[in-house]
Design a protein around this ligand. Structure first.
Ligand code: HEM
Length: 406
């Protein structure tokens, strides 16, 4: 098969090249691919190898950041990202993650359940007197943003401003210039500064206050670290979950017998979410670099060479999953690597993402009667222009009726 430019967002404009990944897994599981700025990178496509690299943080570094560059020159944003939790290596990572974990306890996540339910009810109520909607803009974008805002402690009146900055900084909308993106991130930092300033005199019951007070071994987070984490959360928590919700809904509509199983027995929803995570893989890859020469699979890798971990391929590895290209909400999909393949960077928000999507899918299954796609050819739906996040830019839906919330 001809090599594809896996680094280029354009490669994913018409969907993930699953056949090409299968070919790589079978014949070149660790392969050198050309890159316009890096010279090249190693593509790792088998589940076993993705796991091995993810878990070996002594050898594999996430510095300067774990992002697969396109062909643009490095920007100030790339510099800013090197201090993010997701880019740090142990022992700095371990220390910061411990501090941040203080604000991410299971209790804190559980406590959000009532508010998430209220947000889901409100979002569905808002479209309930219509016969259709555009799911990305009307529902899926809003839910994770509101949940993060609840968690962090952003007051209602400021939320749309934060949502706008998040879209400009991280969105895949090519209308925004690099200067506009930079300005939006500066504004977001200044906003986080003000939130901290207010809480210095008057602590709130929210994540920002917890992070300001957290101490591990006599160390606490400084202002810049809190600002950077605030920004990472907006991105990591929202761009990802929204795509699980939209692509998951699309796939359930495309597999009506599985949607029916969930209607008949909603207790299957948590398992269905694991399978939808596997099947849709919202985060396609992250990058690591070995500190010293090493071997992955049978391939020798030189220190410093970028290594791309293709979660989207590992999740379809036939060595781990039977009939991997079949969506089966009853299968045991627990080996999926959609939140990472183990190791210190495993998704911090996994339980929150599971909670949000459970409540959302319960509403989709229970409240929408006669739910279907409002488009003749689902393959023509516009997708996100990204080499990192897989998902749809729009998802038009229609229905017969929407039931009131239980
Ligand atoms: C379906 C939703 C989500 C997906 C698919 C997802 C996926 C991922 C992946 C693949 C990683 C990197 C794992 C690794 O390198 O080993 C990650 C890290 C992270 N995620 Fe998520 N994520 C989701 C939702 C969330 C949410 C809701 C939050 C926050 C509220 C969040 C916060 C984070 C953070 C802070 C990290 C960095 C952790 C670290 O470096 O220690 N994610 N996520």
């Amino acid at each position: 098969m001809e090599p594809l430019n896996l680094w280029s967002a354009a490669t994913y404009d018409r969907g993930v090249p699953y056949e090409y990944f299968r070919y790589l897994r079978d014949s070149k599981p660790v392969v050198w691919q050309e890159h316009p700025r890096w010279g090249g990178f190693w593509s790792v496509t088998r589940h076993v190898d993705v796991q091995r690299v993810s878990r070996d943080s002594e050898c594999f570094s996430s510095q300067p950041n774990p992002f697969l560059l396109e062909d643009q020159p490095p920007s100030t944003y790339d510099e800013a990202t090197s201090g993010m939790l997701i880019s740090l290596d142990p022992p700095d990572h371990t220390k910061m993650r411990k501090l941040i974990n203080r604000g991410f306890t299971p209790r804190r996540v559980r406590d959000l359940e009532g508010r998430i339910q209220a947000t889901v009810d409100r979002l569905v109520d808002q479209v309930s007197n219509r016969r259709g909607c555009e799911m990305v803009g009307d529902i899926a974008v809003e839910l994770p943003l509101q949940v993060i805002a609840d968690l962090v402690g952003v007051p209602e009146e400021d939320r749309h401003q934060i949502f706008h900055w998040t879209e400009v900084t991280f969105g895949f909308d090519e209308r925004f210039s690099p200067e506009e993106r930079h300005q939006a991130s500066v504004d977001m930092f200044a906003y986080a500064d003000r939130m901290c300033e207010i809480r210095k005199n008057e602590p709130h019951d929210d994540l920002i206050s917890v992070l300001m007070e957290a101490e591990v071994d006599g160390e606490s987070l400084n202002q810049l670290q809190i600002d950077v984490f605030f920004m990472l959360l907006q991105n990591a928590g929202s761009e990802t979950t929204r795509n699980l919700i939209t692509t998951g809904t699309l796939e359930l509509i495309r597999h009506p017998e599985q949607m029916q199983m969930l209607r008949d027995d909603p207790s299957l929803i948590p398992n269905a979410i694991e399978e939808l995570l596997r099947y849709t893989t919202p985060v396609m890859q992250f990058v690591r670099r070995p500190r010293y020469d090493t071997v992955v699979g049978d391939q020798e890798i030189k220190a410093g060479d970028p290594v791309v971990l293709w979660y989207v391929s590992a999740n379809r590895d036939e060595r781990v999953f039977d009939n991997p290209n079949t969506l089966d909400i009853t299968r045991d999909a627990s080996q999926h690597v959609s939140f990472g393949a183990g190791g210190p960077h495993f998704c911090l928000g996994a339980s929150l993402a599971r909670l949000e999507s459970r409540i959302m899918f319960e509403a989709i299954v229970d409240r929408f009667d006669g739910l279907e796609l409002d488009v003749d050819d689902p393959d023509s739906l516009p997708r996100l222009h990204s080499n990192l996040i897989d998902g749809y830019a729009e998802l038009p839906l229609r229905w017969r009726a929407v039931k009131p919330a239980a």
